[in-house]
Design a protein around this ligand. Sequence first.
Ligand SMILES: [Ca+2]
Length: 142
Amino acid sequence: MRRISKRLTSTVVRSAVAGAVVTGTVMAMAPAASASHKCDRSQEICYWRLSGYTGGSRAFTNEDYTYTNDYYDNLSPTKNINNSISSLVNYHSSRFYRLCRYVEQSYCLFSIEPQVARPNLADYVWPGSASLDNSISSHTVY
Ligand SMILES: [Ca+2]
């Protein structure tokens, strides 16, 4: 009886260790959830914090569910891109980026065609008249 109990305990401990290793792997991969990267002006949509393509930039090639984990390059202090984008260029040769007013790809009502530049998002409005300036939070791709 004592021997069985010891064996069971040992199995439980081994399972717990295996579980911890799996959890550790998932957590190590978490940063990859942010799909943004440095603007290289090729096959991507590039965003800037200020109008006229200034004030820090950040790019996406694929869709993104939330901008809350994306930050402009070379800005000190660091600045989150969520609700702070003021100009953009779609450098992609064929993709349309559909901009979303909210995170979780919600209220995605403004499309950016391939090879199109928007120097000042304050010149554009969401349906209903709210300015696009400082109000993009995610996007889809098609
Ligand atoms: Ca993101």
